[in-house]
Design a protein around this ligand. Structure first.
Ligand SMILES: *[C@@H]1O[C@H](CO)[C@@H](O)[C@H](O)[C@H]1NC(C)=O
Ligand SMILES: *[C@@H]1O[C@H](CO)[C@@H](O)[C@H](O)[C@H]1NC(C)=O
Length: 166
């Protein structure tokens, strides 16, 4: 019977590098792109009666996310991102989601706007969606912009440090 030869230091270094690179890529590509609502200002309500609107956010194929605090037109609501109904959704890396803001009425659903929400629209963690006469909202997604790339680079850096230590 033959035992496998002991791993040479050179080989061990190579294996370690490969392992770290693999771990880094997994971490980079699996970073969650959670979208939260930062601020919203609705300019109108579609209610027929003088009652409070029921506003919700919805992406195709997902559950409605009700915004229980948004009741008055023309006032800016600011959120922490930690509210019970946050985050609004999670975005894939290279694919947009069709999402919108709606108002639920007794007899029908009214649309504020519906659009393609994309990871790549976020600049410096932030994306503003404005629709004339309807609403203005800012959304946050820290992992949609630099963060996943940065995490990857930090990881690479860490790998090099490890390689030179071995
Ligand atoms: C960013 O991604 C990391 C890694 O998957 C995850 O733990 C974190 O919750 C994400 N943060 C946001 C705000 O999406
Ligand atoms: C939309 O809201 C953001 C954040 O409150 C604000 O900075 C921006 O000026 C607003 N834009 C419009 C067109 O009202």
């Amino acid at each position: 019977m033959r035992w496998p030869p002991p791993v040479s230091p050179r080989r061990r270094r190579l294996l370690t590098a490969v392992l770290f690179f693999a771990l880094c890529s997994i971490q980079g590509s699996y970073s969650q792109r959670l979208v939260t609502l930062d601020t919203i200002d609705i300019f109108t309500t579609h209610e027929w009666f003088p009652s409070k609107p029921t506003v919700y956010f919805h992406c195709t194929g997902e559950d409605k996310v009700y915004l229980p605090d948004v009741k008055e037109a023309n006032s800016v609501y600011t959120f922490k991102g930690e509210e019970s109904w946050q985050p609004l959704t999670e975005l894939p890396e290279k694919k947009c989601k069709r999402c919108g803001l709606y108002e639920e009425d007794t007899f029908k659903h009214d649309m504020y706007d519906e659009w393609e929400l994309c990871s790549s629209d976020f600049k410096a963690d932030k994306y503003t969606h404005f629709k004339q006469g309807q609403f203005n909202a800012t959304f946050l997604c820290p992992n949609c912009t630099a963060s996943s790339g940065m995490a990857h680079n930090q990881c690479l850096c860490f790998s090099f440090v490890r390689i030179f230590q071995f």
